[in-house]
Design a protein around this ligand. Sequence first.
Ligand SMILES: Cc1cc2nc3c(=O)[nH]c(=O)nc-3n(C[C@H](O)[C@H](O)[C@H](O)COP(=O)(O)OP(=O)(O)OC[C@H]3O[C@@H](n4cnc5c(N)ncnc54)[C@H](O)[C@@H]3O)c2cc1C
Length: 393
Amino acid sequence: MYYDALVIGAGPSGSRVAWRLAEANLKVALIEEDSIVGEPCQCAGLVTPRTIDYLNYDIPILGEMSGARLWGPQNSFLEFQANETKALVINRPDLDRSIADKAVSAGAVLMTNTQYLGFSRIDSHLKVTLQSENKTIELETELIIGSDGPASRVARDAELQTSREVLAAFGGDVEGLTTKENHVELFVGSEVAPRFFAWIIPTGESTGRLGLATSLPSRPKKYFWDLFKKGAPSALLENAKIVNRISGLIPFGLRNPAYSDNVILTGDAAGMAKPTSGGGIYSGLVSADAAVDTAILAFQKGDLSASTLKRYQFLIESDFAKELKLGSYLRRAFVELSDSQLAEIINSLNDPKIKKTIQEYGDLDYASAVAFAVLKVKPQMIKFAPLLLKPFV
Ligand SMILES: Cc1cc2nc3c(=O)[nH]c(=O)nc-3n(C[C@H](O)[C@H](O)[C@H](O)COP(=O)(O)OP(=O)(O)OC[C@H]3O[C@@H](n4cnc5c(N)ncnc54)[C@H](O)[C@@H]3O)c2cc1C
């Protein structure tokens, strides 16, 4: 069987690609190894309002976040309250299914319970091997879109793997929480989540998502249980009960190139997650659209070689890659901070002028903007600038 394009992975970026390619009248199959799109959930489900605007259709919103509380080492603490909604809490599996439904409605063939195993080249075509239950399926295509997440097999097969930092995350849905309405709770420090942070995202009056990520060799599970048992600062978790667990990987580092002959990578497979927050839904959708625009032109030209697909790299580099790069500098500085330095920064941000700047510029998708705006208001912070230039370990 022949398809113009095979999209591997029905996460947000893959389903978006399949949806838009099918709308362009291409024959597309969307391959997903899990039996239900969106399950198991590996996400905290926090997105910017921009993400929903970008999708251009409504999905149910569980909560609107306009504030945050940051709990740091040595009892450092910071609270923000913006005048507008900064982030939305969504049901992530529903989001994934809604985009996959759009793809199917546009004419894409969705094959769940079907695992991509590899591809080989025959002239300018690809022969792709899939496995569904105990059956091996072979399909021919001109283009593979690897939207298969952090451990992308497509990236490996197309020899697009580059060394990058991968965080491990662990979390769970929690009942019996005491949090502040419309506020996300964040926890930093080497004892809580080495080299990253922990979060509580409220989903209802006393329910929420608790999670954290760490970079190896630190294991997130241990830190998660420590945080849970300790009850987090301010007794937020005192009466809490875990009702469901999640885990997953968060890769950092844009692949360059993220394409080769007849292959394009999107989303986490391409390294689109933001090094500041680990969020990758919005940036994954942006990369999906860049892949679609590139693919449509390549099909019109009748040339899906790397020399045509290189336009994809140009599109993502001129769009979101700048933010990814600035984010990676900020992350580089963040991982170098000692607990005392972190506490010092958090305490010094507790100044009305700076809080106003953070409230104004705070944007989960473009976190670097707020960091540089704060630097302008508080030039003394420049003393941490050399950390931006330290080699990443
Ligand atoms: C704990 C955690 C919390 C997070 N919280 C947030 C958040 O709040 N907000 C946010 O924006 N981002 C968050 N992220 C990041 C976000 O989940 C990812 O950036 C996003 O899912 C990337 O989308 P994607 O479409 O590229 O890949 P994915 O969503 O990972 O989808 C890849 C799909 O490919 C399938 N697949 C993989 N291999 C194969 C194969 N061989 N054959 C067939 N199918 C395959 C998988 O089953 C999966 O469905 C979080 C990540 C983690 C781990």
